[in-house]
Design a protein around this ligand. Sequence first.
Ligand code: XMP
Length: 318
Amino acid sequence: TWTPDSFVESTVDELKNKVGTDKVILGLSGGVDSSVAAMLLHKAIGKNLHCIFVNNGLLRKNEFEDVLKQYEGMGLNVKGVDASARFLDALAGKSDPEEKRKTIGRVFIEVFDDEAHMVEDAKWLAQGTIYPDVIESVSATGGPSATIKSHHNVGGLPDFMKLKVVEPLRMLFKDEVRRVGASMDMSPALLGRHPFPGPGLAIRILGDITPEKVRILQEVDAIFINGLRDWGLYDQVWQAGAMLLPVDSVGVMGDERTYEKCVALRAVESTDGMTADWVNLPYNFLQKVSNDIINKVKGVNRVVYDISSKPPATIEWE
Ligand code: XMP
């Protein structure tokens, strides 16, 4: 019978046999899958695992620093690369959702390829692919990796994509990945993190992206997510976040008329993200979070709560 302990033991053995003394490169995202994949490889090959964690400037507030510290505490050999400016420059003036996604995918590949070249003589690329990703990438629409690859058909693949691929979680579902992580003593906070999209806050800022909008949304998101934690609601929600709308509306502050941004909060229950229901969060929680956001985040004067289910609405607004 399958147990997380036996999976860890047999997978570590297999990885040792497969990879031997070769160097392996792995891109960490801060999410559960890439982190668990990294821990398995770390157990198998130690310092020959070279992890790369890219800050695309669209992560949550303080996430880059916090997650990097957490990875270092786990003993991982990880290089943090702050490429925020490169991503934000490339995104300037772009407001179409798919164009934003493609731009982020392209810049990520460029940054990752530069970093991968610095690991001399690497032979393998490790990925945190899980079973649902395997299914998705052979489906008609194609998953994120299919999208990334399609941009590079012209001019050939970047070098890191020519490495041999190792995917220790390929046969697992998400809940099994979490149990495997727990059996390696990874922190419940890391294993219980909500999903977060690769393009990050870029697809939660409707319209074009500026550093100021990113800052506003990071502040709003932090108040909402920390509020969910403080009120013991975080683990009851599958995913949550805030959207910065391209709408200014009138408000009053003291005797002044304001004309500022509106944010929408979204929290959903789901099992796989394919369908989702909005969460019936307590009114007094929403009231407190709304007041905190409007009082503390300069540039926002209105908060709304999204009560749409998927389908037909998607979880993200872009
Ligand atoms: P939607 O908005 O399609 O989201 O209902 C379903 C799940 O997928 C995530 N998502 C993405 N993840 N790149 C990603 O890595 C993307 O471009 C992307 N778009 C949506 C979303 O956060 C939710 O968990």
